[in-house]
Structures are given as C-alpha cells and as structure tokens.
Design a protein around this ligand. Structure first.
Ligand code: SF4
Length: 120
C-alpha cells in the first residue's frame, strides 16, 4: 500500500511517499534527510504530537498563560490531555519554564509555562 506523509520535524515539510508492506517500509522517497524515515516509522508505529495551548491565570496581569508540553504524547491522547489542561488554573506570578502541571494523566509529561505573567 502507498501512503504519503508530510514530515513535520523541520520547516522543509518534505512530502514523503512510502510503500508499506504490513506496516513496514518497503520503499521510501522524498525524505531529504534520515529524520524523515524516522518520522514516518514513528507515524506508522506510534504517532506522537506536542501541544501548545493556554491555562487560566488567577490574579495576573493577563487572564491566561501560554503553555506547552515538555515532551510529545501519543496522538491518541491529545483530546484527553487538552481536556485536563482546560480544567487547570494557576496563580500569578508565573515565570517562563514553570511547571504548571507535572506528570499529566500519568504520561510522564509536564505542562510548562512559555510566558511570564505578573501579579495584578
Ligand atoms: S525529511 Fe528531514 S529535511 Fe525533510 S522535513 Fe523531515 S527533517 Fe526536514
């Protein structure tokens, strides 16, 4: 079976055409570096994604703080993790790099602040 992937590892966004034989790569074309093949392998066996979103802030000069995960999570867990993050609240002040929530849903992944928020 032929499948086309767009590599998201770097801004080049290579379009990679793969011939699959029982979920193993029989032929691969279009990846301009070895990371492309690694990406496709991961997409076939265990697709993962990072999340960038925001969390509600109490008593801050802004009402929300931007956050991201410190590691990627299984793609199948994105909805559950987003739901968990949406329910979070944090008290100001917040510093870039602060852990807003550690080990979210026991995935060994932390939610990290990516913006400074001062007290009102
Ligand atoms: S295959 Fe390599 S060059 Fe192409 S998008 Fe992926 S990481 Fe970038």
């Amino acid at each position: 079976m032929k499948k086309i992937f767009t590599c998201i590892i770097c801004p080049n966004g290579c379009e990679i055409e793969v011939e699959l034989d029982n979920d193993t790569i029989a032929k691969i074309e279009g990846a301009t570096c070895k990371k492309g093949k690694e990406y496709v392998n991961q997409e076939i066996t265990n697709p993962r994604r990072n999340i960038a979103t925001s969390v509600k802030v109490l008593n801050g000069d802004l009402d929300i703080v931007s956050v991201r995960l410190n590691k990627s999570i299984p793609k199948s867990m994105i909805f559950d993790v987003m739901k968990e993050i949406k329910a979070l609240e944090v008290n100001a002040p917040v510093k870039i790099g602060d852990t807003i929530k550690s080990n979210i849903l026991n995935l060994d992944v932390d939610v990290i602040a990516t913006k400074n928020i001062d007290l009102i």
